[in-house]
Each structure stands twice: as structure tokens, then as C-alpha cells.
Write a protein that binds this ligand. Structure first.
Ligand SMILES: *Cc1c(COP(=O)(O)O)cnc(C)c1O
Length: 377
């Protein structure tokens, strides 16, 4: 490693959502059910609108609108609608190049340049830990209950007290990824009593599926931030648009630390179009949830596979045997899922994909159980 590079980054692995090795033979159909996107592309009419906007209204030699004014105003209207509120304005919104950028901005705003750690409850979204590590910020890990995946709030409280560096941010996904459970009243009560020297970040990436939001908490709690994304229900993963909802005070700080022109003009326009057509786009949620429940009911019948309830557009389960073996068996059959947290996280896809998920899971469980003995362990 070059001496000018931080030695701790030498052994650090870059984020990779998809397994790198290719298969021989490659399955004829590969279902990408590992990153929780919506299974449907933007409708053609909206793609045409976006293409038209690119041709007519976007000057590619000019920088984008770096203030995000019109987009923030449209997001504020949607957030009010989604939380049955009227209080959210553009001053509460910051827009990022994916919500990943906002997570990094929050880390910069709280911990960089002074002592400070973050707290996460495992298993959870890996980007908090990855982004913190790249910035040299220590990560305090606390466990979840093995049966319910509820955060052990006593352990979390004790970890905050015992942390060598002050814990300045607690990150919670609502509902959690990969385990698909929404925050409970106990977890929310614990988060609400945290003092203002701890920033509470609620990642509502799956809000449109759960319809559970904590935005109203932010109005009375200056240390409360909600993040959301256009990458999941709004079908814009390719465009990298996320946003935060926080007090004007916190929002102003996020605006200070973000990169200028962080949102490309085409992505900006895509988010505006998606919001303008949100009723049409979000109508798909009913189908996704119906498919999820159908798949969940069928998967729950499978032997040697434990499945948890889901408040999101994915399900989480653990086999009696080695999840890595099951994961590979599914891959060979053409169903790509996420192997994480000691189990498998499976995105709800189209009805045809979900049927293949079910068939492949059944086959893969059979194969791995026969290979490894009746309990597969
Ligand atoms: C998918 C996801 C996001 C979205 O990240 P983007 O950078 O906006 O694409 C954020 N948080 C969680 C927990 C997610 O699963």
C-alpha cells in the first residue's frame, strides 16, 4: 500500500451488492431479487416524458440547479401527504445522490474532525458501517432479539454509556433491512428519550410499503432525521435520488456539507416526474404487497426454513442448514437473493419471478438437505 494512503483502508472491502464470480453454466433466466428495487421499470409514457425533457429543457453544458428548490417543494408536498401533516416545507428537505450521500453527510456533520461514534443494531443496512469506516468513525454494534429482531434497547443504552468515544448518531431502518420488521413502541420510546447530543436517524427507505412513518416526531425533536429514497417504490434506482426530512437547523448543516451540484439534471427531472405521477406509480404497491403475502404464505409451508413477517417489499428467512449453501444453490437455479445477517433476504418481484423463487427455494432446500443430512447442518 502506498504510504500516502490510510493503512486502515488496505484491509477494507468495497461495497458490492452482487456476487462477483460468474457461474458455469449460467442459468437461462436470472432473477435479480437481491437489492429490493421495484420489479417494474418506469412506464414508457414517463420515460418518454423524461427523454423529451432531456431533449428540450436540459442544457447538458450547464450545471444542474444546485439549490434543488423546485424538487424540495414537490418533495415537501408528498411528505405532508404521506404523514397527514401540513408543516413540512422545503426548508425541512435536503436532497442527496441517493440516500447513501445523505448518510455520509450526516456522518460528516456529526463525527468528522472530532471524536464520535455511531451505533447500529445488527443485522441491519450495511452502508452505515461502511461509510463510517471510510471516514474513520468507530461503529458500536448492538444485537437484536433472535426471534423478533427487536433491538435490545438495554444493551443499546449500556453501549452508549460505555462507548469510549461519544455516540453521536443512532441509525435505525424502519422497517429494518434485512429483517423486514418495523420499529416497535418500545424501540420508538427508547429513541425518543435520547438526548440532543445523539442524532436519531430513521431510514424510511421502505416507507411506501410499510406506510409507517416517524416524520411527525421530527417536528418536536430537533435531533430527529428521517431519510427516504426514490430507489425503491418510485422505481428510480438508476437515477440515485434520496432525501432527508429534518429541522431547518439540521437541514442547513446538511446543505453546507454536501457536494455542490450533487444531483444530475436528468435525475432531478426524473424525481419531479415520478412525484407528479405518484398516484399511478404507487398504485403498484397493492400488487407488491399482495404478492408478498402470497409468497410468504407459501414459503412458510416449506420445511427447514424459518420465515419472519414482513412490513416491506422483501422477506427474510433462515434455513436449518448453512445459508451460504442455500444461497449458492438458489444462484445456480437463477434466483439471486441477498445472503446477509445469517439468512437470506429475498425481494418481491413480478408474479412470474415470485413463482420461480418459490419453486427454486423448494428445490434448493431439497438439494442442500439431501447433501448435508436430514437437518442440513
Ligand atoms: C435501498 C436502501 C436505501 C436506498 O439508498 P439509495 O442510496 O437512496 O439508493 C437506503 N436505506 C436502506 C435501508 C435501503 O435498503
Amino acid at each position: 500500500m502506498l504510504p500516502c494512503i490510510r493503512p486502515d483502508l488496505a484491509e477494507f472491502a468495497a461495497y458490492s451488492a452482487h456476487p462477483a464470480a460468474s457461474l458455469d453454466p449460467e442459468p437461462a433466466i436470472i432473477d435479480s431479487l437481491d437489492t429490493n428495487e421495484c420489479a417494474y421499470d418506469l412506464p414508457e409514457a414517463l420515460k418518454d416524458k423524461l427523454a423529451f425533457a432531456y431533449q428540450q429543457a436540459i442544457a447538458s453544458n450547464r450545471y444542474p440547479d444546485g439549490s434543488h428548490g423546485a424538487l424540495k417543494a414537490a418533495i415537501a408536498i408528498y411528505v405532508n401527504e404521506s404523514a397527514a401533516l401540513r408543516d413540512i416545507t422545503a426548508a425541512h428537505i435536503s436532497v442527496g445522490n441517493g440516500s447513501d450521500e445523505l448518510i455520509r453527510s450526516l456522518l460528516i456533520a456529526t463525527c468528522v474532525g472530532r471524536s464520535g461514534a455511531i451505533l447500529v443494531a445488527d443485522p441491519t443496512f450495511s452502508m452505515y458501517g461502511i461509510l463510517a469506516t471510510t471516514l474513520g468513525i468507530p461503529v458500536v454494534h448492538v444485537p437484536r432479539d433472535d426471534n423478533t429482531f427487536a433491538v435490545d434497547v438495554d444493551a443499546a443504552q449500556a453501549a452508549i454509556q460505555a462507548s469510549e468515544q461519544p455516540v453521536r448518531v443512532v441509525f435505525m431502518v424502519h422497517p429494518n433491512s434485512p429483517t423486514a420488521n418495523a420499529l416497535t413502541d418500545t424501540e420508538l420510546a427508547w429513541l425518543k428519550q435520547l438526548p440532543t447530543d445523539v442524532l436519531v436517524v430513521i431510514d424510511e427507505a421502505y416507507f411506501e410499503f410499510s406506510q409507517q412513518t416517524t416524520v411527525s416526531e421530527m417536528l418536536t425533536r430537533p435531533n430527529w432525521v428521517v431519510t427516504r429514497t426514490f430507489s425503491k417504490a418510485f422505481r428510480l434506482a438508476a437515477h440515485r435520488v434520496g432525501y432527508s426530512i429534518a429541522s431547518p437547523e439540521v437541514t442547513q448543516v446538511l446543505e453546507k456539507v454536501r457536494l455542490p451540484y450533487n444531483l444530475p439534471s436528468l435525475s432531478y427531472r426524473a424525481a419531479q416526474i415520478a412525484l407528479a405521477h405518484r398516484q399511478d406509480l404507487l398504485a403498484i404497491i397493492t400488487e407488491v404487497l399482495g404478492e408478498r403475502d402470497r409468497l410468504h404464505t407459501a414459503m412458510a409451508q416449506l420445511p427447514h426454513f424459518r420465515l419472519w413477517p414482513s412490513d416491506a417489499n422483501f422477506v427474510y428467512g433462515r434455513p436449518a442448514g448453512d445459508p451460504a449453501v442455500l444461497f449458492q444453490a438458489l444462484r445456480r437455479l437463477g434466483t439471486n437473493v441477498r445472503h446477509t445477517g445469517g439468512g437470506l433476504r429475498i425481494t418481491i418481484g413480478t408474479p412470474a419471478e415470485n413463482q420461480r423463487t418459490l419453486d427454486h427455494l423448494q428445490q434448493a432446500l431439497q438439494q442442500t438437505l439431501t447433501a448435508a443430512g436430514p437437518l442440513g447442518s
